[in-house]
Ligand binder design. Structure first.
Ligand SMILES: [Zn+2]
Length: 434
């Protein structure tokens, strides 16, 4: 969400900045770079502006590297400070190079302070003053005479920042990532539409999920449709990290209550157990159930691990936004497969998943889909959870594992094939939340 900054906030920010500068100069007695973004209008913070700022920091780090300098101190939030053990004039030379090299540089303010707190001036390097964003004339003249309106300046700023997005898309394509996804605020979706992105699903008034393939999601749905059957169809979505007796119990319960159970394994590789292994263990663990159809979730069902948080104001809003988006995607999948029920495992321990399930049970019936919560299967009086399994795999507690895993998963983890995965789990530290 773009933040509006009042004049008072700005004065406060400026005062804080000066105070911080003085502190750093006093502590190090060395030259200091103070880098801020020069953004017209009341909105000083947005994902796009942060992108531009991140690019500026990257350009500075490249200059440090070339000059064989490593900052004695770095801190960066909405502004970045670098203390360097080098000649202030030499530092000013490369910061002005960055400011002048590209249109984006015109949005950068990179002040260089001497240890005594005085600013190094462009004139000392015989450089002309900053240029105006819009007309290219002296920036001081344009800003003091208010020659351009704030609206004009904002439009130009957005145009310059947009070039970064185009650049980022090009970089991803050069890396071989041809299928790109993004989340954006509803009002920015038109802009991404112009850049060749298409809507997958949206959460009204909140966000839009987009991809750069016109036919991406629709062809995924058409492929799914080939497995559509008559009779009652239900769905289950699981990460199965890894597949436990609890998962198996959930699948058996759901499969017994419908004619066809579409079982989606989250394909995104954000878990300790890689997707290929998770899928294999699920496939082996449900082989005895003839009415289960296994699917990859594809890139469209995403975990909260990769759902971005910068849009939304707090953690509850992030969980809510993610759940609603996921359900918007799922509703389209359900339509393609004639799914009228979704099964979920009860979540007594994880707060995030618990809240997620709660939102699901509110939203799905609105789309004509029943949401059925299945109580957890227990072992030794405790609900079986994949995180307990990961802990046991970490400590090598095979006695407990025998009570938590089906034979198929056990056989895999005892095989030499599992060595790299076990190694990864052992090294992972806290395995509860992954
Ligand atoms: Zn101008």
């Amino acid at each position: 969400m773009a933040a509006e900054v009042s004049l008072l906030d700005m004065l406060d920010a400026r005062e804080r900045r000066v105070h911080h500068q003085q502190e750093l100069l006093k502590r190090y007695h060395k030259p200091l770079i103070c880098f801020t973004m020069n953004i017209a209008g009341p909105i000083k913070d947005s994902p796009l502006i942060r992108r531009g700022f991140a690019r500026g920091q990257q350009l500075l780090r490249q200059q440090f590297f070339r000059a064989k300098l490593s900052p004695l101190h770095t801190d960066a939030h909405c502004e970045a400070f670098y203390v360097l053990d080098a000649d202030p004039m030499a530092i000013k030379k490369f910061t002005t190079d960055i400011e002048d090299a590209t249109p984006l540089g015109r949005l950068f303010d990179m002040d260089v302070l001497r240890p005594d707190g005085t600013k190094v001036d462009r004139e000392e390097l015989s450089l002309s003053g900053r240029r105006c964003l819009i007309c290219g004339g002296p920036a001081k003249v344009c800003s003091s005479r208010r020659i351009h309106t704030v609206a004009e300046l904002q439009a130009k700023t957005t145009e310059i920042l947009n070039q970064i997005i185009t650049h980022l898309i090009e970089i991803q394509c050069a890396r071989g990532n041809l299928h790109l996804f993004l989340y954006t605020k509803v009002k920015s979706s038109k802009f991404f539409g112009d850049l060749g992105f298409y809507e997958i699903a949206r959460v009204e008034d909140t966000l839009v999920f987009m991809e750069n393939r016109r036919d991406g999601f629709s062809s995924y749905l058409r492929n799914l449709e080939k497995t559509k059957t008559e009779g009652k169809s239900a769905a289950l979505v699981m990460n199965a990290n890894p597949f436990t007796l609890g998962h198996q119990y959930l699948v058996e319960k759901a499969a017994a209550a419908c004619d066809t159970l579409h079982l989606f394994v989250v394909s995104e590789d954000a878990s300790l157990v890689p997707f290929a292994v998770r899928k294999k263990l699920v496939a082996e663990g449900v082989k005895h159930l003839p009415n289960v159809v296994l699917h990859d979730s594809g890139p469209y069902i995403i975990s909260n691990a990769t759902f971005p948080s910068y849009f939304l104001k707090d953690e509850a809003a992030v969980i809510d936004g993610h759940a609603r988006l996921d359900l918007a995607v799922f509703t389209k999948i359900a339509k393609a497969l004639n799914i009228t029920a979704r099964y979920v495992g009860e979540e007594p321990t994880s707060q995030v998943t618990g809240l997620y399930n709660q939102i699901m049970c509110q939203q799905l019936p609105k789309a004509g889909i029943d949401c059925i919560v299945v109580p957890r299967k227990e072992a030794d009086g405790k609900a079986i959870s994949a995180s307990t399994v990961r802990q046991c795999l970490q400590t090598g507690d095979w006695d407990t594992l025998e009570t938590l895993l089906p034979q198929t998963s056990l056989a895999y983890f005892r095989s030499p094939e599992a060595a790299p995965v076990l190694e990864r789990i052992r090294k992972a530290g806290n395995v509860v939340h992954y």
